[in-house]
Design a protein around this ligand. Structure first.
Ligand code: GRG
Ligand code: ZN
Length: 312
């Protein structure tokens, strides 16, 4: 590694632990409505860095459960917020990290998600009905973690995802929607979890994905866009799932991520010299994990949780 040196793991741990306490800061104000996801990003990063014990598990589990809506079976992004599948996945992922799925009524949550599947196999994100392949992934991932995949029509769910496949080998948010690395992760991840990867042309998609690497070594989300650390996750996880990760230059990507660190106060930003946030800190560390960076636990590319958590 060159000038940017090593991963400042200790600093990142301190950044996450103190961000959790600064509840009245600007960042936490912005994050207020997606705190369950923020908790997932921060806590998964801590676990990847072998530091999950730095937080009080019982306190986190209590707070997560205070976002639960027993009437619907879904979780909100924060206490008193409406339920949505996105925060339901984050809550389930956090409970997986602490091996505390026992506090859940898994069937009730599974019924909430099952109720959001539409005729054509797609999923809405909540009762307001917006449809997106993100929600297909979220639903499938959550149900699989709860061992309740059989409760939905998996065949129809897969059929809908395949209907969002484009001629360039990628996937969009809906049929005919432009290919985007974030949506590709969702579709590839969902197809992996349901054992349906035969619907993917690995060489065609692998080519589109490896073309996301920019001259600075970072990855972008679609053609003509700037590199951004979070695509180290969306693109790399997809490449690993389809077994084409050797088509990008990992060394250059690792350097790009390490260059986005705030080496003084901790945290990782979207690109060099920008302000850090928890989201890019997580995706930077997760990207390094996918590249087997020393000292970072391996992460599962489809479930976005540490491998030892998924396999336990
Ligand atoms: C468990 C990891 C995990 C995810 C849960 C929410 C979700 C499922 C997936 C989101 C996938 C997605 C669509 C990611 C893209 C997010 C993003 C950076 C969008 C920005 O798009 P633009 O167009 O920016 O604003 P670009 O980079 O294209 O310029
Ligand atoms: Zn980003």
């Amino acid at each position: 590694m060159g000038e940017q040196g090593e991963l400042a793991a200790e600093k990142h741990v301190r950044y996450i632990v103190t961000a959790e306490k600064k509840k009245d800061s600007f960042e936490s104000l912005v994050m207020e409505h997606l705190r369950a996801s923020g908790a997932y990003w921060g806590l998964t990063t801590l676990d990847l860095l072998h530091k999950l014990h730095a937080v009080d598990a019982a306190e986190v589990v209590d707070w997560i459960m205070s976002c639960y809506h027993p009437e619907s079976g879904g979780f909100g992004g924060n206490v008193g917020h409406d339920p949505h599948v996105l925060y339901t996945l984050s809550a389930v992922q956090v409970l997986c990290l602490f091996d505390r799925l026992d506090v859940l009524d898994a069937d009730k949550i599974a019924d909430y998600i099952t109720g959001l599947q539409n005729e054509d196999g797609s999923f809405s994100g909540d009762i307001w009905g917006e449809v997106d392949t993100r929600f297909s992934y979220i639903s499938i991932c959550t149900l699989s973690l709860l061992h309740r995949l059989h409760k939905i029509n998996v065949e129809k769910a897969v059929e809908y995802i395949v209907s969002c496949k484009n001629l360039d080998g990628g996937f969009g948010a809906m049929p005919g929607g432009e290919s985007h690395a974030g949506q590709i992760f969702c579709c590839v991840g969902a197809l992996a979890i349901t054992g349906s990867l035969h619907h993917i042309d690995r060489d065609l998609l692998g080519w589109w994905l490896c073309e996301r690497q920019c001259r600075d070594g970072g990855l972008n989300g679609r053609p003509e866009k700037l590199a951004d650390v979070c695509y180290s996750w969306w693109v790399l996880s997809s490449l690993i799932i389809i077994d084409r990760v050797h088509w990008i230059d990992k060394e250059k990507l690792a350097k790009f991520i390490l260059n986005c660190q705030d080496k003084e106060n901790g945290g990782i930003s979207d690109r060099p010299d920008n302000a850090v946030d928890i989201y890019h800190t997580y995706f930077g560390v997760a990207g390094l994990s996918l590249m087997e960076y020393p000292g970072v636990k391996p992460i599962d590319p489809a479930y976005a949780l540490p491998l030892d958590v998924v396999n336990s």
